[in-house]
Ligand binder design. Structure first.
Ligand SMILES: NC(=O)c1ccc[n+]([C@@H]2O[C@H](COP(=O)([O-])OP(=O)(O)OC[C@H]3O[C@@H](n4cnc5c(N)ncnc54)[C@H](OP(=O)(O)O)[C@@H]3O)[C@@H](O)[C@H]2O)c1
Length: 276
C-alpha cells in the first residue's frame, strides 16, 4: 500500500524503519518528505527504492495513507500545504496528541485517524493508540489496523484519554529508562558491580517482567506480592520506595496533563475549532 510520511525525524523515521523491518511495506511503497532534506535522503540511501518527494503535496498525491510525523506547532503550515490535494479515499494519520481529530476533519476532506506510536514499536512491540474520525470507512479502519499490527499492538482508545494513555505507552519507556539509569548507577556506586553487567541484568529483568505481565498471568500487584515475601529483602526495598515515591506518580500525571493543556491551547489558537 502506498504510504507517505511527512516528517522523518525521530518518530517518522522510527515508523518507516519498523514498517520496513517487519516487511509490512516495501521501500518502493514509501514516499517521504522532511523539511531538512538530508534526514529523508539518509533513509533513501539506507533503503534503496524508498522515494523522497520534493514537497508535502507530492507525498499526499502519491499515497493512500499519509502519516503526519511533525510537532504540534508545525501542523498549520503543513495542513495549508496539503489541504487542496487530499482526497476522500485517503487516510491522513496524525501522530500528535494535542491535535484533535475534529480539527483535522475541519481542514481536510479525507478520512482522519490519530495514532500515537511508542519507541517500543521500533522493535515491533508495545502499543499503538488508535482513534478514528467520523469519516473513516470500515475498510479504511481495517487497512490501517492491519498495517499497524505489523509493528505493535493497536489499541483503540477514546480521544479524551489520549494524554494519560500516551503517558503510559509512549512516555513510559523514558520514565522506566530513567528509573533503570538510576537503579544501575546506584548499584555501581554502592557495590562496585561492573556497569555493563548491571545493565545487562537490568535489561533482562525488564524483558522478563514484561512477559510475566503480558503472558504470565500476573498483574503488577500480584507480581509484587509474589516476589516480596514477608520479612524478606525485597520487602525492605519496597518499604523505602513506598515512602519516597508514593506521591510522585500523581504529580507526574498532573505535570504531563498541564503541559498537554498548554499545547492544546496553542494548537487551538492556530487551527479551526472542531465542529460541535
Ligand atoms: N518521541 C516520541 O516517543 C513520540 C511518541 C508518540 C508521538 N510523538 C509525537 O510525534 C511527533 C513528532 O515527534 P518527533 O519526536 O519525531 O519530532 P522530530 O524528531 O522533531 O521530528 C519532526 C520532523 O518533522 C519535520 N518537519 C517540520 N516541519 C516540517 C514541514 N513543514 N514539512 C516536512 N517536515 C517537517 C522536522 O524536520 P527538520 O529536520 O527540519 O527539523 C523533523 O524531522 C510529535 O508531535 C510528538 O508529540 C512522539
Amino acid at each position: 500500500m502506498n504510504t507517505g510520511f511527512i516528517g522523518t525525524g525521530s518518530m517518522g523515521s522510527m515508523l518507516i524503519e519498523a514498517f520496513l523491518r517487519s516487511e509490512a511495506l516495501l521501500p518502493q511503497e514509501i514516499t517521504a518528505f522532511n523539511r531538512t532534506s538530508a534526514k529523508a535522503e539518509q533513509l533513501a540511501q539506507r533503503y534503496p527504492g524508498l522515494r523522497i518527494a520534493r514537497s508535502n503535496k507530492e507525498v499526499v498525491l502519491e499515497s493512500e495513507i499519509v502519516f503526519l510525523c511533525i510537532k504540534p506547532m508545525e501542523y498549520k503550515k503543513v495542513l495549508d500545504e496539503i489541504r487542496d490535494f487530499t482526497d476522500p479515499s485517503q487516510i491522513v494519520v496524525s501522530i500528535t496528541s494535542p491535535v484533535m481529530l475534529g480539527q483535522l476533519e475541519q481542514l481536510l476532506n479525507c478520512q482522519i485517524a490519530k495514532v500515537i506510536p511508542s519507541i517500543t514499536n521500533f522493535t515491533l512491540g508495545g502499543a499503538l493508540l488508535c482513534m478514528f474520525g467520523e469519516r473513516v470507512s470500515a475498510a479504511g479502519r481495517d487497512d490501517l489496523l492491519t498495517l499497524l499490527a505489523n509493528i505493535g499492538q493497536p489499541i483503540e482508545i477514546e480521544e479524551k484519554l489520549t494524554r494519560v494513555s500516551s503517558d503510559i505507552s509512549s512516555c513510559g519507556p523514558a520514565f522506566l529508562a530513567y528509573f533503570l539509569e538510576h537503579f544501575i548507577r546506584a548499584s555501581v556506586e554502592e557495590t562496585g558491580i561492573n556497569e555493563q553487567q548491571a545493565s545487562a541484568l537490568a535489561a533482562q529483568m525488564l524483558v522478563g517482567t514484561g512477559k510475566l505481565l503480558t503472558e504470565g498471568g500476573f498483574t503488577p500487584e500480584t507480581l509484587r506480592q509474589r516476589v516480596s515475601v514477608p520479612g524478606g529483602i525485597t520487602a525492605e526495598g519496597l518499604r523505602l520506595m513506598e515512602k519516597e515515591l508514593k506521591d510522585m506518580f500523581n504529580q507526574l500525571f498532573r505535570i504531563t496533563h498541564a503541559k498537554y493543556d498548554e499545547d492544546v491551547a496553542k494548537v487551538a489558537s492556530l487551527l479551526p475549532r472542531p465542529a460541535e
